[in-house]
Design a protein around this ligand. Sequence first.
Ligand code: GRF
Length: 219
Amino acid sequence: MKIKPFQIVILISGNGSNLQAIIDQIEDNDLPIQIAAVISNKADAYGLQRADIAGIATRVIDNKAYESRDAFDAAVQQTIDKYAPDLVVLAGFMRILTDDFVNHYLGKMINIHPSLLPEYRGLNTHQRAIDDKKKHHGASVHYVTPELDDGPIILQSAVSIDENDDATSLAQKVHREEHRIYPLAIRWIAERRLQWKQGEIYLDGEKLESPKIYQELDC
Ligand code: GRF
């Protein structure tokens, strides 16, 4: 009997380089993960073309066509739920989500954020890290909870900030790390190695008291 692949739905708003990294990992490693659909709130998001090329179903739900955040989130939720995914993956989805939406997918929705959370929640993380003369910066994969960029952190990867880094060069470095850690975290969840239990997360049965650090992993 063929095992049903782990189904994910990915939400994007733009370039979709993380989406591409996930597509590539699934294809290259023959992972039993299926991207059931890619949903974008922007019709011109380049990630939609990436999905098309990979033969993945796409949907556009334009937030501007909705009167309120609640109405938009309800439409997105309805669309996602048609695919009954095991996991919802936010990959550069530039919308603040309502609590109802987040709670509907609690423990089943993850995000990637360009900072070493809990530092630099929100936007412009690269410039803020440079302005603060930080030596390190990075990316975090975390479960989504109603508080912005605040859910339990699964995996992080750090980069050093060099003297001549600007926001653009730093963003490039961080993106490279994002492309490593996001597919890996999804893989852990699909393999049921990583589990959410009432707001706490467990890796291989052990409670994760602090995020896993990519550079310290044996892979
Ligand atoms: C990434 O930097 C991610 O951390 C943030 O949005 C950006 C999306 O980039 N949440 P891309 O569209 O995947 O290239």
